[in-house]
Ligand binder design. Structure first.
Ligand code: FSX
Ligand code: SF4
Ligand code: F3S
Length: 362
């Protein structure tokens, strides 16, 4: 097996100084949501760990996740793809196509068996044996199962890969589902959001790349450093919530004054994501800052929880918001152990999903 270069060796090859390498490591430490005392570990890993091979595949989705990813500013997505990882196969970003491209996938997963990171965007279509989502002449279901077999780690980017997403909306005619039921029981890092925040996407892949392990996860398989807070916990409109000052419509005086959007259906109190602290587009803004309520795009089933403009009964009434948070917090704390159990449940669920499909056909 050829020796692949480390990030430090890649810097040297490009004629970059030790100083810029260390600056890059500072940026990576913060990007991965790690505390500064992890800096020396990041440097050590960047010096020694070979750049990881990444295979990136796309199923049922809108491609918004890649649109988000390519806007990562820190690190620049181009830098990540060209210098920090060895991206061998990507449906969207590769210039190659056709038979040679598909042959390259087979070569890559054979050559790096057990070593590559598999990044997946989009849901799996399960009905009619997966024929509703085809890729390279095969079903995406087939591609996913094939690519998952030799993966060292799997990242599910976006709410579609994590939970099924928009195409799983009732009545879900294609039987779309999240990928975790179809990866042979391997642990999956869920990075939900429709789409996820670009820097969260790069932060997660860099964590797996540098440390060779998946980051600490909560009970839903999400990296705790990015999904540990509710939008509501970090929302700059929170003082208005606490003071009971709510916009009643999108054009009333409260709305114009920036009051809390809870009564307009804001799902911030039950949504875990980094939008309130990292924000989007280099920290410029996020939905609530632009005047729109959070629709909970990183939550499972958010697509069926309409109308987005109303509080729904399952979310409780005003005043119950913090109780909802406590409930979710307990689930989160139960996290890592529950994730192992979840893998077993997911394996069973895969069979159930495909069985229910067979019943459907009979
Ligand atoms: Fe889904 Fe992503 Fe939403 Fe779109 O790849 S999470 S529909 S932004 O594109 O999968
Ligand atoms: Fe912010 Fe929404 Fe919470 Fe109001 S309900 S404080 S707008 S997250
Ligand atoms: Fe999505 Fe809500 Fe953030 S809608 S982008 S989780 S503020």
């Amino acid at each position: 097996m050829e020796k692949r270069e480390s990030l430090w060796e890649a810097y040297l090859k490009r004629g970059l100084s030790r100083r810029s390498f260390l600056k890059g490591c500072v940026a990576l430490t913060s990007l991965m949501g790690l505390s500064t005392d992890m800096f020396s570990k990041v440097v050590e890993a960047a010096e020694n760990k070979p750049l990881p091979v990444v295979v990136w595949i796309h199923g049922h989705e809108c491609t918004g996740c890649d649109e988000s990813f390519i806007r990562s500013a820190s690190p620049l997505a181009s830098d990540l793809v060209l210098n920090n990882i060895a991206l061998e196969y990507d449906h969207l970003l590769s210039a190659a196509c056709g038979a040679p491209f598909e042959a390259h996938l087979d070569e890559t997963i054979t050559k790096y068996n057990g070593q590559y990171i598999l990044a997946v965007e989009g849901a799996v279509a399960t009905k009619a044996s997966g024929v509703h989502c085809m890729s390279g002449g095969h079903t995406f279901l087939h591609l996913l199962e094939k690519a998952a077999k030799g993966a060292a780690a799997i990242i599910a980017y976006g709410s579609c890969a994590a939970y099924g997403g928009i195409q799983a909306a009732a009545p879900n005619p294609t039987g779309s589902a999240g990928i975790s039921h179809f990866v042979g029981g391997k642990p999956v890092v869920n990075v939900p959001g429709c789409p996820p925040i670009p820097e969260v996407m790069t932060g997660v892949v860099m964590h797996v790349a540098l440390f060779g392990t998946i980051p600490p996860l909560d009970g839903d398989g999400r990296p705790k450093q990015f999904y540990g807070n509710r939008i509501h916990d970090t929302c700059y409109r929170r003082p208005f919530f606490d003071a009971g000052m709510f916009a009643e419509t999108y054009d009333d005086a409260g709305s114009k004054a920036g009051w809390c959007l809870y009564k307009l259906g804001c799902r911030g109190p039950e949504t875990y994501n980094s939008c309130g602290n990292l924000r989007w587009w280099q920290g410029m803004s996020y939905p609530i800052q632009s005047g729109a309520a959070c629709i909970g795009c990183s939550n499972a089933h958010f697509w069926d929880e309409a109308p987005f403009s109303a509080r729904l009964p399952q979310y409780g009434k005003i005043g119950d918001a913090d109780k909802i948070g406590v409930g979710l917090g307990v689930l989160t704390a139960a996290g890592v152990g529950a994730h192992a159990v979840a893998s077993i449940i997911q394996r069973n669920s895969r069979d159930n999903l495909l069985e229910s499909e067979d019943e459907h056909k009979n």
